[in-house]
Design a protein around this ligand. Structure first.
Ligand SMILES: Nc1nc2c(ncn2[C@@H]2O[C@H](COP(=O)(O)OP(=O)(O)OP(=O)(O)O)[C@@H](O)[C@H]2O)c(=O)[nH]1
Ligand SMILES: [Mg+2]
Length: 398
């Protein structure tokens, strides 16, 4: 096992470096392209003097903006349809869309980053959507614009991304200050839907100040959401703390807030007891952020109780982590990690393509291993040497 791991590391690290360099060069080119105004040729003549030829140049029509640039501009001007189209593009798993998606995100990147990013986690049926609606409406009443990215498990089965009855965010959906985007969970990437990080960027570029991400309520998704948000609010059921051994510790550990929802009617008292149990349990766990001790309180998303308190504490979290710099350092770390996430994904995909070519040198070495004539580590090193020497792993053997 450890040996296999060594082999994987030996393959991936050098390839990842090579890819990262390519990625950086590509990013710089995009940035340079983004920085060059479409009307650059028209701007030059003034600096060059008013020669007749230059005048003619100046009157040339500006180069037509690329479709991606147009989409970026429409998103920046706050057009919802454009935002939806942009999110569809960044969610696409098709390699054909990858460059356009990256270009789009890069084009709006400088205008993003302004929202507070909130992950809403918790088991199925705990009230995540109802809570998102309640806190979203509350934030809107405070003058905020709110985007909700909801990952719907059922859409994997239906193949679509229409939440239908499941959203339970009809009131929020009617607000001009809200944007609700159900995303199919089919394209899972590290546990959350493909493109969620990019979707957050697009929502911010479109002017939303609050981005709520409702996870699917399955272990992996809950942990992965931490990588794209500033804070995680974990919703739990009253009574679910009766036996804290039963709690998935990892998920509680990533929470900045544990909210015992459904604290209404007969569940009010059990909810209070559960708050106490979680408070005691959290004292024994290390907090996800050094500058914030996780808080536990009860709320009722249906009745709206505790929602104003939740919003006030979220604002306090935002203020504290912005002031001490942890918000920015966390975002910087998340972004840097994401680079390697993309590189790993792209490498895995391209290596799978290499493996799928039966006539390739790579497949040849693999068959040597399969036949027991070569040890896996030796074959891996041979393949890596080929990559390092610039020899192709694909195509016919040399
Ligand atoms: N009594 C009570 N019921 C609630 C509360 N919040 C949500 N519910 C109910 O719980 C059920 C599930 O609510 P959702 O908001 O859909 O829960 P969810 O966590 O988003 O569910 P999934 O997305 O399917 O995992 C619905 O019937 C809600 O009306 C609450 O504060 N009190
Ligand atoms: Mg839901």
């Amino acid at each position: 096992m450890a040996h296999d791991l060594q082999v994987v590391i030996a393959i991936f690290v050098p390839l990842a470096l090579a890819c990262a360099i390519g990625w950086i060069i590509y990013g710089r080119r995009l940035a340079a392209r983004g920085a060059a105004p479409a009307t650059a040729p028209a701007a030059k003549p003034a600096a060059n003097g008013a020669a007749a030829g230059c005048e003619a140049n100046a009157s040339l029509p500006a180069a037509a903006a690329s479709p991606v640039r147009e989409l970026a501009d429409a998103i920046l001007s706050g057009q919802r349809r454009a935002l939806s189209r942009g999110i569809t593009l960044v969610e696409s798993g098709h390699p054909r869309d990858r460059a356009a998606a990256a270009e789009l995100v890069q084009a709006v990147f400088a205008d993003a980053g302004g929202a507070i990013r909130i992950g809403i986690s918790g088991p199925p049926g705990v009230g995540k959507s109802t809570f998102a609606e309640a806190i979203g409406l509350h934030a809107i009443a405070q003058g905020k614009r709110v985007a909700v990215l909801a990952v719907d498990p059922s859409s994997t089965i239906s193949g679509g991304s229409i939440l239908g009855d499941k959203t339970r965010m009809e009131r929020l959906g009617r607000s001009d200050s809200a944007y609700i985007r159900p995303s199919p969970s089919g394209g899972l990437h590290g546990g959350i839907a493909r493109g969620v990080r990019e979707s957050v960027t697009l929502c911010e570029a479109a002017g939303f100040d609050v981005v709520l991400i409702e996870t699917m309520g399955v272990g992996q998704a809950e942990l992965a959401v931490r990588e794209v948000v500033d804070l995680v609010a974990l919703l739990v059921q009253p009574g679910a703390g009766d036996n804290l051994q039963g709690i998935k510790r990892g998920i509680v550990e990533i929470a900045d807030f544990v909210l015992v929802n459904k604290a209404d009617g007969d569940l009010k008292r059990p909810a209070e007891l559960t708050v106490g149990e979680y408070k005691r349990a959290l004292r024994l766990m290390s907090p996800p952020s050094e500058s914030w001790r996780p808080e536990v309180f009860a709320c009722s998303a249906v009745e709206g109780t505790g929602i104003d308190h939740a919003w006030a504490r979220i604002a306090a979290f935002d203020a504290a982590t912005t002031k001490d710099g942890t918000r920015d350092s966390t975002r910087a770390r998340q972004a840097a990690d994401a680079v390697w996430g993309y590189v790993n994904l792209a490498l895995r995909e391209s290596l799978q393509e290499v493996r799928a070519e039966p006539q390739s040198p790579a497949a040849g070495w693999e068959s040597e291993v399969r036949a027991g004539r070569m040890a896996p580590a030796a074959a891996a090193i041979t393949l890596l040497d080929m990559v390092r020497d610039g020899r192709s792993l694909t195509g016919a053997p040399e």
